[in-house]
Ligand binder design. Structure first.
Ligand SMILES: NC(=O)c1ccc[n+]([C@@H]2O[C@H](COP(=O)([O-])OP(=O)(O)OC[C@H]3O[C@@H](n4cnc5c(N)ncnc54)[C@H](OP(=O)(O)O)[C@@H]3O)[C@@H](O)[C@H]2O)c1
Length: 423
């Protein structure tokens, strides 16, 4: 593994890739980084615009390679680029279309990899095809490393830690997401339309690759998904909440973490999106939008033109002023040390909130305001216990190669405020 670069960023010409490049430029971390794009002129022009906005004259070098390698020469070219770096981060999606060869090459070359995909099938395929190779070479391949799913995954991870600190086992977790704006980037919509419209293979593996452990066996830690099927009144928040497009992806991500980290043999996990108090007009607008996306899945040539396309996204100014919040409650059970037999669920209660409103993630727990106590008390009436929810940040490297065990340490939560300029 060469170390010409610490980080190679792929997808810089896209909506999210520009945000990632903006972050790296603004922060001016003491690292060597480069971008990789299929169109050199477009990448240079994007970087020039960002450099001008941020007052930076020193821009990263541009490596040129197509991520979809149709010939051996193209793959060799991409491999040569991958060999130059320690870590690849990529925002070029749909990942099932553009990301497969990149993961393969990173696994083969022992280069660490993180992406922002929200495609469960992509994660499944990458685990099935490249896990063994990545373990041999020491590459850490971290899929699902974007704003969806990191806060959700870390929240459940923190709840498990909290249960463990009480000498208990997490048995049930429920997360509630809140977004300032539901606006999606064109790339996200393109990915959703691609995923919903694609032909699925009839061939089924022996077991879901998400359950695969490091030694290739099926994990004994299974997750039952309990996402809501329709909007319901969530009394604890005084809001309506229900299903959303990323709910199943969050659940699959937690399922993978449970399989690898062994939260519980029978974890029950559900995720709901809080929608506030939608007026009739908002409700109709949302249904119309969902219908338009569904129509674009069935007839892309006719309807996709009415939706934002690749490279487009929400207008930065109002979007940056918003934040996303992930709140959770959980149930755990205590069990005697050294025994597999579980006692009945704990009745202890604690309610906390994890909020991501700043470039640096932060978390609060154990708040004792009367509002929090009231919320905890109300949740206790319905559930035996409610546990802590949290986000954390950092990018330290773990020693053992694995697919998911390092996820908690590689947090890429999109900051939605103007970034402070670095030195
Ligand atoms: N997890 C999350 O929270 C989260 C958030 C946002 C987005 N996403 C996902 O991230 C992905 C990107 O979203 P986006 O809105 O940024 O998309 P986008 O604006 O369409 O950007 C796609 C990027 O991929 C590049 N690309 C496409 N084909 C390529 C190829 N063959 N070789 C090299 N580069 C190629 C594009 O380069 P060109 O300019 O040359 O076409 C562009 O830079 C989507 O899959 C979306 O679902 C996830």
């Amino acid at each position: 593994m060469a170390d010409e670069y610490d980080i190679l960023l792929c997808g810089v010409t896209g909506f999210t890739g520009k945000l990632a490049a903006e972050h790296l430029l603004a922060k001016a971390y003491p690292i060597k980084w480069a971008v990789c794009a299929r169109n050199e002129a477009k990448a240079k022009s994007c970087l020039a615009v960002l450099g001008e906005q941020l007052g930076k004259t020193q821009l990263p070098p541009v490596e040129v390679a197509d991520l979809v390698c149709t010939t051996a020469e193209e793959e060799a070219k991409l491999r040569a680029v991958v060999q130059k770096t320690k870590v690849v981060i990529t925002t070029a999606g749909p990942f099932e279309k553009y990301g497969q060869t990149l993961v393969k090459l990173c696994a083969e070359e022992g280069v660490d990899y993180a992406d922002i995909s929200g495609e469960s099938d992509f994660l499944r395929a990458m685990v099935a095809h490249h896990d063994a190779t990545a373990q041999q070479t020491g590459a850490r391949i971290v899929v699902h490393c974007g704003n969806d799913c990191i806060p959700w995954d870390l929240t459940v991870f923190e709840m498990r830690k909290h249960a463990q600190s009480k000498g208990a086992e997490l048995v049930e977790a429920q997360t509630f997401g809140e977004f300032g704006t539901g606006a999606m980037s064109g790339g996200t919509l393109t990915t959703a339309i691609y995923q919903l419209g694609k032909q699925r293979s009839a061939a089924k593996p022996d077991f879901d690759p998400l359950l695969r452990t490091r030694d290739g066996r099926k994990s004994e830690s299974l997750t039952k998904i309990a996402n809501p099927k329709k909007d319901v009144w969530v009394g604890e928040f005084g809001q309506y909440g229900g299903p959303w497009i990323m709910g199943p992806v969050m659940a699959n991500c937690v399922r993978r973490s449970n399989a690898l980290l062994g939260y519980s043999p029978n974890l029950v996990y559900g995720d709901a999106l809080l929608r506030g108090h939608p007026t009739m007009a908002q409700w109709v607008g949302e249904k119309a939008y969902t219908t338009l996306v569904a129509a674009a899945v069935v007839m892309p040539s006719l309807f996709q033109r009415f939706l934002p396309g690749p490279g487009e996204g929400p207008s930065p100014r109002p979007w940056r002023a918003t934040s996303s919040t992930c709140t959770a409650s959980a149930r755990w059970s205590t069990r005697p040390a050294g025994s597999r037999r579980r006692s009945r669920p704990s009745t202890t209660s604690q309610a906390t909130r994890a909020t991501c409103t700043r470039p640096r993630c932060w978390w609060r727990r154990g708040c004792s305001s009367s509002r929090t106590r009231a919320r905890a008390a109300s949740s206790r009436r319905r559930q035996p216990s409610a546990a802590a929810a949290s986000l954390c940040s950092g990018s330290t490297r773990s020693s053992a190669p694995s697919w998911r065990s390092v996820r908690r340490k590689a947090c890429f939560v999109t900051p939605r405020r103007p970034l402070p300029r670095g030195p």
